[in-house]
Design a protein around this ligand. Structure first.
Ligand SMILES: [Mn+2]
Length: 226
């Protein structure tokens, strides 16, 4: 049976991403949905984008756009002054590219990847967005600021009109735990802050969690029904 697996906010934590993928062993028929925020804060944003580009070749990858990719694109396209972004983890991203004054250190393959990121994923039972959603609007009609920026700790959305269960990232739990209510699961478990990178199998509820040092959280592997 092909699986559909969501992966939370990676934020440059390449060792955690590699550990998760080693444990999951995605096949060509599996769908891996990454919720966005691949870059910033953690140590190896460049390596994470490189790994996602590889993953596109070997599984059905559906990469979504986070607010951090939105900022990076705006800086690369010189539509935004970099200062705010640099304060939100952009310094670490530029370090990973060996930035020495020229934005050309970010290769075209990475820029192209950033521009083809999607806003949502949905199947018959679930949908996935980076941050939040308007429960009353179809996914294709959502406001991108709401999708990418608004924390569920500020506005916890109600059940979506589709009746499907929401999977989101963006609002990290400082204890590194998954937040779950009946209609929504948040899988940003604060990897860059020293907690966990989470993957969730939508069908079976199986959870994998990896530490930024690349070790797996064994005790949390359990069968959960989402
Ligand atoms: Mn975010």
């Amino acid at each position: 049976m092909p699986r559909t697996i969501a992966i939370g906010d990676i934020h440059g934590c390449l060792d955690a991403l590699n550990a998760l993928l080693d444990a999951i062993q995605p096949t060509r028929d599996d769908t891996i949905v990454t919720v966005g925020d691949y870059v910033d804060r953690g140590p190896d944003s460049k390596g994470v984008l490189e790994r996602l580009l590889q993953l596109e070749q070997t599984t059905n990858l559906v990469p979504l756009m986070g607010n951090h990719e939105e900022m990076l694109i705006a800086v690369l396209e010189r539509q935004m002054e970099p200062y705010n972004w640099l304060n939100h983890g952009g310094v670490e991203t530029m370090d990973s590219y060996g930035f020495a004054g020229d934005l050309a250190c970010v290769p075209k393959s990475h820029r192209d990847f950033l521009t083809r990121l999607g806003d949502f994923y949905e199947n018959d039972t679930h949908f996935i967005v980076h941050a939040n959603y308007d429960p009353a609007l179809p996914l294709a009609e959502q406001n991108s600021d709401l999708l990418r920026w608004v924390k569920i700790s500020n506005v916890l959305p109600g059940p979506h009109i589709s009746g499907k269960k929401a999977i989101v990232g963006h609002t990290h739990d400082r204890q590194g735990e998954i937040f779950e209510v009946p209609h929504l699961v948040c899988i940003d478990t604060f990897c860059y802050g020293g907690k966990w990178l989470t993957a969730l199998d939508l069908e079976t509820g199986k959870v994998w969690q990896a530490h930024p040092n690349g070790s797996m959280r064994e005790e949390n592997e359990s069968e959960r029904r989402t």
